[in-house]
Each structure stands twice: as C-alpha cells, then as structure tokens.
Design a protein. Structure first.
Ligand SMILES: Nc1nc2c(c(=O)[nH]1)N[C@H]1C(S)=C(S)[C@@H](COP(=O)(O)O)O[C@H]1N2
Ligand SMILES: [Mo]
Length: 528
C-alpha cells in the first residue's frame, strides 16, 4: 500500500535523476566529512559520560593526537616547538583534524562508487583511534569505547547519506538534501557539545575550586622593596613575580590532564626502606612550606621567555625522602605523571637542602590545571624537564642507569643544571630611541647559586656594571637596570651575568639541545 509520503518521494525521484557528476562528487565528499564529524562528536560524547573508566582524554582526536606527540621523531618535535612555540598543540590538533577531514572526504567519494570501500575507510580510522586509546599510558579498559562507538556512528551516517543521496535515493531534491545534511551536521555538533559540557562538569576544575590550602608552617619572605623597577614594568620589563596566567606552559600533554584532588595518590617507592603512599588530604596535613623559585625551561633560547618566578607551597622532597629512608646506591628520582610523561631528577639535588618541593600551591592558589593540579615537583637550579614533573603520581627512587626518561629518549641530557643567563627586556630590539639617558633593563638568573653581577656593553666595547636589584633568594631571578647615555646612531647592546660563585656567563653560543642554550642576549636599537 502506498502512503502519501512514499508517493511524494516517488514524485521527487522522478523530478531529478540526481545532480550533475561534479556536484555529486562534492556531495559525496561532504557526506564523508559529515560522517567523520559525527564520529568525532559521538566519540567526545562517549568520552564525557560520567563513567568511572572514561575520561575526556579518551576522546578520539585527543588519543590520536597524544599518540602522535609521543611517537614523532625528536627533530620534528623540536621543529614544532621552535616554529610554533606554545601554539604547537593547537597546530597539531588542527593538522590532524584536516588530515582526517581529507581522508573522510575520500571515503565519501569512494562510498558513492562502492559503499563497502567508504565504510572500510571509516572503520580504519576507528581502528586507529581504538589502538591509540588502548596504548595510552593512563588508559583504562573503557578508553577504546569512544573511538569504537564514534566510528560505528560514522559508518552508519556514511551509509545513510550515501544511500539517500544516490540517484534514485530518498533525498534527491535540493531542499531534502539540505535538510538531511543539515540535520546530520547538527547531530554531530550536538553530540560534541554535550560531550564537552559533560566532561567539564566532572573535571579537575571543579575539584580545584573546592581545594582550601592550609596556611604554611613556614611562610615565604615578602618580596623586598625595590625588586621591581616599577616605572619600567609597564614599559616592557618582566615583573619580578610572574602571575599564574602569565606563567609559561611547556608540556607534552595535548589536553591538560584531568586529575581530581580526590582521586590523586602518590606512590614513593623503589630503593627505600618504607614505601609511602599519600593522598591529597595526607599531603595537605603535613607541615607545608612556601618558597620563591624561578622555573626555567631547557628549550629556552637565549633571550627567550620560557622562565617564570612564583611562590610555591609544598612539602620538602628532602623530608619525604627522609621518611621513606633512601637506600645506598640510589641517585635518581624517576617521576611519572598521570599522562605517562617521565623525568629523572638527581637525588642529590632533591635532598641537599635546597628548595625542592612536592608543590600544591602557586602564588597563593591551588596549582592551576596547566601547571600540574593537584600536585607537581619543583626543584631550584634544575631545568623543568629534569625536575618539575606536573600531575606527578609516582616517584621511584632508583639509579640513573636503570631508567630512561621521556626527553632523554629523545636526545636531551640526563642531568641538566640551570645555566647562568641574562636577558634584555627593555629596550626592545629594533626600537627607535631618543638620545640621552636610556634605561636598559631585564632579568638574570642562576637558580640555587644566585646572581652577583650583571654587566652591559655597547657596540662590543668595555663591559660596564649594571645595578642588580634585590631578590628574595638565590633561587629566583633578579632584575637589573643599566643607565645608558645613548648617542645618535645604530647600536648593539649585550648583557652578561656572573653567578654568586664568581663564574661569568659563557659567551659560547650553543642551541638548547641537549642541556640548555648559552651565549649573550643582545638588542639592536636606533638612537635619533
Ligand atoms: N607531566 C609533565 N610534567 C612536566 C612536563 C611535561 O611535559 N609533562 N614538562 C616539563 C618541562 S620541560 C618544563 S620546562 C616544566 C614547565 O612547567 P610549567 O608548564 O608549569 O611552566 O614542566 C615540566 N614538567
Ligand atoms: Mo622544559
């Protein structure tokens, strides 16, 4: 029996034998892209479901992206960091999205000729997601689910669209096609949006909002008056204290790990007399100390800004190690974060009495998620990649020879003390200045040793002393100012610092890999 609907369909079918070939190919490609969109959207939705073993980090694009990050060869990664800096993550995610869209468009076109082939391409994409999910270090048995269900939804959508848009299919009229494609796009976007909302609701952000940090058993000293030449800060000088929002972020995580304080535990084990397991509440109940420590990244180029100074609240690593009782022969703390990143910190430095913390607070707040919420390590005098494990959940006391850390596998050094460095912040390079008194200023650091002198030279002349402003301790950078009598012409200004052991910063120009850049920072200016 014929219904009114089917009669109408028959009419529409008779009205057109399908779009012209170019348009048909375009429609097929669009179908593929929409199917991929539904795959990603449904994947995001499933990943966001409030089920114990699922996590926003299990969403298809995220697991594939993270798997790529861990597998790309070191030179590509170095290139990405140097070319895109901290934007390397969005660039990678966008690249993956574009590649998937291209493959999906091809799947759509294939499907128009042979449906099974197109569906097979979607299935392969699904399998890639499932494998990436299953091999993530923090994966649970449920992690492949978002990719698997997403791909199943994508295959269904591709089949539906291909059949309906085919000549003789149900949706051949222009209006019907638009409605069909529009509904599928809306469904994909709704799923993705719902996934985001669900993930947000049970995220670490909520957990962080509930954290109340205890008052420190030992408060940090206040910043000494005159640490900041106030009149220069607005003019481009870096403030002595770096706000949490302005603090540089460097890590391998594509999506910030979602660790709730309630779920966090730390296991300290290996070459110790007594293994220790701490919950977040256990940690907050210990006598916590506040310390100012400047953190710097080994990837920082001379003159670069991968450096920041904050007031950290935490428990001294030395105390924790003393409680555990370190056995003879150990020389390394092998730290692992929830997302599988690892680093080898030298035990001697962590326990020699310098400022070295298992930190929960940054500038008076719980750690921001990007900076390691709920708990990270910070050790003065060592670059971040060998000391400052964020989202840390496991510390094994071991020997360096027994474990290889994430960056060491990729050609970076096993041990990396911070090199003495200085930077000119004002004037900016290529600035045009008025002749006369010009303040030249910036920062200098040699964490754990301290800075004893900063000098400036103009046009490769004699080094002249700059004024070094007070700092809280040898663990932080300091500001310096040099009053320059600028004469008309083009000039090159250079800076160098001397640490408190009396060793001047080296002039030798080396790249960041494997253990930090060196050489003098310089700016070129024009004086009128
Ligand atoms: N879990 C984790 N911790 C990490 C990293 C990382 O990639 N993953 N990067 C390290 C590096 S290279 C640096 S320089 C510091 C940077 O810390 P920040 O992002 O809070 O400035 O974190 C360190 N800790
Ligand atoms: Mo770093």
């Amino acid at each position: 029996m014929r219904t009114p609907g089917s009669a109408q369909r028959t009419t529409a079918q008779e009205g057109s034998a399908g779009p012209p070939p170019r348009a048909a190919t375009g429609l097929a490609a669009l179908s593929g892209v929409l199917a991929a969109g539904v795959t990603v959207g449904v994947g995001q939705l499933v990943a966001g479901l409030p089920l114990g073993g699922l996590s926003p980090s299990a969403a298809p694009l995220v697991v594939v992206g993270d798997a790529v990050v861990d597998r790309v060869p070191a030179p590509v990664k170095d290139f990405a960091v140097s070319a895109f800096g901290t934007a390397d993550k969005p660039v990678l995610l966008a690249t993956i999205a574009v590649l998937v869209a291209l493959l999906a468009a091809a799947a759509g076109v294939l499907a128009r000729h042979r449906l099974a082939l197109g569906v097979a391409v979607v299935a392969v994409l699904g399998v890639v997601g499932v494998l990436a999910a299953a091999t993530r270090p923090d994966a649970t048995a449920l992690w492949p689910l978002p990719s698997a269900l997403g791909a199943a939804a994508g295959a269904y959508v591709l089949t539906l669209l291909t059949r309906r848009l085919a000549p003789g299919g149900r949706s051949t009229g222009l209006r019907r096609r638009a409605v069909l494609l529009g509904s599928v796009a809306a469904a994909g976007l709704t799923a993705a949006g719902a996934g985001r909302v669900l993930s947000g609701a049970r995220s670490a952000e909520e957990s962080r909002a509930r954290v109340v940090l205890p008052a420190p058993a030992e408060a940090a000293p206040p910043v000494p008056p005159g640490a900041d030449p106030a009149q220069l800060v607005g003019a481009g000088l870096t403030p002595y204290v770096t706000g949490n929002r302005d603090f540089y972020r460097i890590d391998t995580a594509l999506v910030v790990p979602d660790v709730r304080a309630e779920d966090w535990t730390l296991r300290l084990h290996g070459m110790v007399e007594r293994e220790i397991t701490l919950t977040f509440d256990d940690l907050l109940a210990l006598p916590l100390v506040e310390r100012w420590i400047t953190l710097t990244c080994v990837s920082n180029e001379v003159g670069g800004d991968y450096a920041g100074n904050a007031k950290w609240l935490g428990y001294p690593l030395a105390e924790l190690l003393a409680r555990a009782g370190v056995r003879d022969g150990a020389d390394t703390l092998f730290a692992t974060s929830t997302d599988g990143f690892t680093l080898s910190a030298p035990l001697a430095e962590a326990a020699d009495g310098r400022d070295a913390l298992l930190a929960v607070g940054m500038n008076g707040e719980p750690l921001p998620r990007e900076h390691g919420f709920p708990v990270r390590m910070v050790i003065s005098g060592l670059y971040g990649f060998v000391s400052a494990c964020k989202w840390v959940t496991d510390i094994e006391v071991t020997r360096l020879a027994e474990r290889t850390a994430y960056w060491t596998e990729r050609g970076w050094a096993e041990r990396a003390p911070v090199k003495t460095a200085s930077r000119i912040d004002v004037p900016r390079s290529f600035a045009t200045l008025r002749a006369g008194r010009v303040p030249v200023a910036g920062v200098a650091w040699a964490q754990d040793r301290g800075i004893s002198a900063v000098e400036v030279r103009v046009d490769r002349g004699e080094w002249a002393p700059a004024k070094v402003l007070p700092s809280v301790s040898e663990d932080t950078w300091c500001q310096w100012v040099f009053e320059w009598d600028a004469e008309p012409g083009g000039h090159v200004l250079e800076v160098r610092a001397t640490d408190a052991t009396g060793t001047p910063q080296t002039a030798e120009v080396v790249a960041p890999i494997p253990n930090g850049a060196s050489g003098y920072d310089s700016v070129t200016v024009t004086v009128e």
